[in-house]
Ligand binder design. Structure first.
Ligand SMILES: Nc1nc2c(ncn2[C@@H]2O[C@H](COP(=O)(O)OP(=O)(O)OP(=O)(O)O)[C@@H](O)[C@H]2O)c(=O)[nH]1
Ligand SMILES: [Mg+2]
Length: 198
């Protein structure tokens, strides 16, 4: 029987070295978790997903967190339809470092930015030595007007849910209108209480 062909939805996983990008992808694609750390150059995966009565194919690009291959990263971003921005809840600076990745997406996607689905991921939420709270991540998600979720590849927490969210975004390519103006800290505090976080 001929295989059904799905339109490829290209998802690019970005974030600093060691935050757990590959672990997240491996958990979802292979259902496995490794304690040892093997730095990535670039890996790609194609996975047919079925959730909430929807079926689609996600083409995942797992990028390097290192600085050595800027051209590869730019190319992956240029071809990407959606982005997973990963930081580790155990390392404060990895959330701040995502600003550079976010700005690079803005620079490459230009005016299309409001239509690009982005999910902010706080990885390793099973770890006891946290440096970042759920609220810290939510503040960035509000600023970037994107979805936010904490995950653990180790315990398989929220991993399937994350990729289901992305499949949802494929059929809803414009998740949120751009924010009309910068919110004050007080406004942010108010909105945070209503912010939907998984
Ligand atoms: N406790 C815990 N450890 C994790 C989790 N995810 C990843 N790790 C560990 O963190 C280390 C780095 O994980 P990777 O997934 O290789 O990190 P990466 O972001 O792909 O790093 P680069 O490929 O260098 O950019 C490994 O030792 C993993 O075992 C998690 O959810 N919980
Ligand atoms: Mg990796």
């Amino acid at each position: 029987m001929p295989q059904k062909r799905y339109k490829e939805f290209r998802v690019v996983v970005l974030g600093s070295s060691g935050v757990g990008k590959s672990a997240l992808v491996q958990r979802w694609v292979r259902g496995t978790f490794r304690d040892t750390y093997l730095p990535t150059i670039e890996d790609t995966y194609r996975q047919v997903v079925s959730c909430n009565n929807k079926v689609g194919a996600l083409h995942i690009t797992d990028t390097t967190g290192g600085q050595r291959y800027p051209g590869l990263k730019r190319l992956a971003i240029a071809k990407g339809h959606a982005f997973i921005l990963v930081y580790s809840v155990t390392k404060k600076e990895t959330l701040e470092e995502l600003k550079d990745f976010y700005n690079l997406i803005c620079e490459i996607k230009g005016d299309n930015m409001p239509k690009i689905p982005i999910v902010l991921v706080g990885a390793k939420c099973d770890e006891s030595g946290r440096e970042l709270s759920l609220r810290d991540g939510a503040i960035y998600a509000l600023d970037w007007n994107c979805i936010f979720v904490e995950t653990s590849a180790k315990t398989d927490f929220n991993v399937k849910e994350l990729f289901c969210l992305l499949l949802d975004q494929e059929t809803k390519p414009a998740p949120n209108p751009p924010a009309p103006k910068k919110k004050s800290k007080k406004d942010k505090e108010k909105t945070l209480d209503k912010c939907l976080i998984m």
